[in-house]
Design a protein around this ligand. Structure first.
Ligand code: HEC
Length: 314
């Protein structure tokens, strides 16, 4: 060992090397090469990340799924628009009753914002007479909008279930509590346009997108499990006639089965099967190669898929 070391030292004359810096290169070179090599490997293995623009892609808000709240559908009867500008005395007193029943607890009998419930509210209802600081506005259109949508972040909730005529009557009464500007034809037209007054409204039940997805997934869970099993089966070795064609023309096994689960293949003829697949092969899980099948191959493919569906009792 000692001997070896000695030999080694004799071979490289370190003192001479130190004296002559040009010789250092021989010692440093391998390390230099190693560093370049390591950086190179790092660069190549991360090329995807390095090459990518580091600025995050802005979210396309127009396409983002909008979270909507859960709402029950409603049917609201149409109203005669003329009652807005030319209300009968009856309608106004009906509005007074509606106001006492629905609004006075907060807004006060005289609309001064001093109803018994007002003290606990933040923000407190302001007086209808004051002209400052309204969020939607004091005109008829804006007050109707307030009843339709409520005022976010305040105790003012939406009165969308109140029939439009009752809402109009209530606003008509509010308008007797203070000075308000005359209702213009334009406002009436805009109300009609935006709130379907003269047509009435019928809206379907509405549930949030996420919840809807969950419901659909839950409902289809047993079917999806079958689709999974069928897709797995097609990958097995003990194969039925047709598996070879299936492998050749199918791009997405699960998709093929899910597209046919809905249409119940036992009622579908070969011709209809071909029509459906060729109408949109990719969406149905096939590759474009499916278009070049012969009649005989179509029949075999159809029988193969049908047999599997029967086997999994779909
Ligand atoms: C639970 C209490 C409460 C009830 C009940 C209530 N409101 Fe309100 N309302 C508020 C509060 C709080 C505000 C927000 C402060 C403000 O603007 O006065 C408000 C605001 C308003 C506004 C002004 C919106 C704007 O543009 O700023 C109108 C108009 C209004 N309410 C009408 C009504 C009518 C009509 C009813 C009855 C159908 C009613 N409110 C029932 C609490 C209530």
């Amino acid at each position: 060992m000692d001997n070896n070391k000695k030999k080694f030292e004799e071979e490289i004359d370190y003192k001479a090397v130190l004296k002559n810096p040009v010789r250092w290169f021989g010692i440093i070179y391998p390390y230099f090469f190693l560093v370049v090599f390591v950086i190179g490997v790092y660069y190549v293995s991360n090329i995807e990340k390095i090459a990518k623009n580091s600025v995050p892609t802005p979210l396309d808000t127009a396409k983002a799924e909008k979270g909507i709240e859960m709402k029950k559908g409603k049917t609201l009867p149409p109203v005669d628009l003329s009652i807005i500008q030319n209300p009968s005395q009856d309608l106004i007193s009906q509005g007074e009753q509606l106001y006492s029943a629905n609004c006075a607890s907060c807004h006060g009998d005289n609309g001064e914002g001093n109803g018994p419930a007002a003290a606990t509210l933040d923000p407190q209802p302001r007086s209808f007479a004051s002209k400052e600081g309204w969020i939607n506005g004091r005109d008829f259109y804006s007050m109707y909008k307030t009843l339709e949508e409520g005022i976010q972040g305040s105790g003012m909730s939406a009165y969308e279930y109140m029939p439009p005529k009752d809402r109009i009557a209530t606003i008509l009464h509010v308008r007797t509590l203070a000075e308000f500007q005359k209702v213009t034809d334009e406002q009436v037209q805009n109300m009609d346009r935006d709130f379907n007054l003269s047509e009435g409204t019928k809206t379907a039940n509405q549930i949030p997108v996420d919840l809807a997805k969950k419901v659909i997934m839950e409902e289809n869970r047993p079917l999806m499990a079958k689709v999974d099993s069928m897709a797995k089966y097609t990958l097995k070795f003990d194969r039925l006639e047709g598996s070879e064609i299936f492998d050749r023309v199918v791009r997405d096994r699960k998709r093929v089965f899910s597209s046919f689960i809905a249409s119940n293949l036992s009622d579908v003829t070969v011709g209809e099967f071909i029509d459906k697949v060729t109408a949109d092969p990719l969406t149905n899980g096939f590759s474009a190669d499916v278009m070049s099948l012969s009649d005989e191959e179509w029949r075999i493919l159809y029988t193969y898929i049908k047999k599997l569906m029967i086997r999994y009792s779909v």
